[in-house]
Design a protein around this ligand. Sequence first.
Ligand SMILES: O=c1ccn([C@@H]2O[C@H](COP(=O)(O)OP(=O)(O)O[C@H]3O[C@H](CO)[C@H](O)[C@H](O)[C@H]3O)[C@@H](O)[C@H]2O)c(=O)[nH]1
Length: 276
Amino acid sequence: MHAKHEFCCVIHFAGLKAVGESCIIPLTYYQVNVCGSINLFLVMKEHNVKRLVFSSSSTVYGEPQFLPITESHPVGQNLLNGYAKSKYYIEGILQDLCNSDKEWFVIILRYFNPVGAHSSGTLGEDPNGIPNNLMPYVAHVAVGNIPNLNVFGNDYNTIDGTGVRDYLHIMDLAEGHVSALEKMLKSNDSGAIAINLGTGNGYSVLQVINMFSEVSKRKIKYEIVGRRSGDCGSSYCDASFAKEYLGWEAKRTLKEMCEDTWRWQSLYPQGFSTKT
Ligand SMILES: O=c1ccn([C@@H]2O[C@H](COP(=O)(O)OP(=O)(O)O[C@H]3O[C@H](CO)[C@H](O)[C@H](O)[C@H]3O)[C@@H](O)[C@H]2O)c(=O)[nH]1
């Protein structure tokens, strides 16, 4: 690709991302995420392309030590799964790379919980098999593919005892990348800069279920079960650095996240394999 086209920046989205799976096949996670990234950085270096936007994850913060989570929160401590470690290792590799060569400029985007779909309803999340994450699971229950949702724990120190996360509309996330690219093209900065991408607001599992039920007009059957291993009670970010540095902030509400997810799921109950 580099031989045929000229590139000025690369966005590195590729990788495996299921937390549970990374505990079962850690070597595959390190091979795909870490080795795959190193291969990409080597090719970029060979072709003298030294500007990169990297998809990292808020999981690098581990169990939050304070909230909201700022970019200066410690990273790499008590990471509970191979997925989080793979992102943390890649961030470290990028720091080393930038220290070794001052021409590199890397924006590390630490995603909180991306959810939702394109507002047209034609592009959405289509997990393989049973979804791992809350929003697609709720959508599958609402559309009737799965009978009920397990809520993992209601004994956290949160508004209603269920886990709180910083859900971010996928279109806001996409726009965050555009802002990062624009920044790269017009700035003379260098080094590796980590930026939280989230709304700064936390919502509990029950708040998400209630909002989804309201917009879909469907009852979401759920059952409270024990905590899922590796989960923390609350995670939400301080999103102010993204605004200051990239001029980006999330605009879409939890209601829009649920509406757009529902539009996609109700139009395509079987995802991309739905017969139209
Ligand atoms: O069937 C489910 C699924 C999830 N939850 C709860 O819903 C909340 C959100 O869980 P998700 O699985 O949707 O999201 P996580 O916060 O666990 O993890 C996600 O967000 C992380 C960053 O915080 C990483 O990016 C990771 O890849 C991604 O899976 C948690 O409290 C979880 O316990 C349930 O109650 N039932």
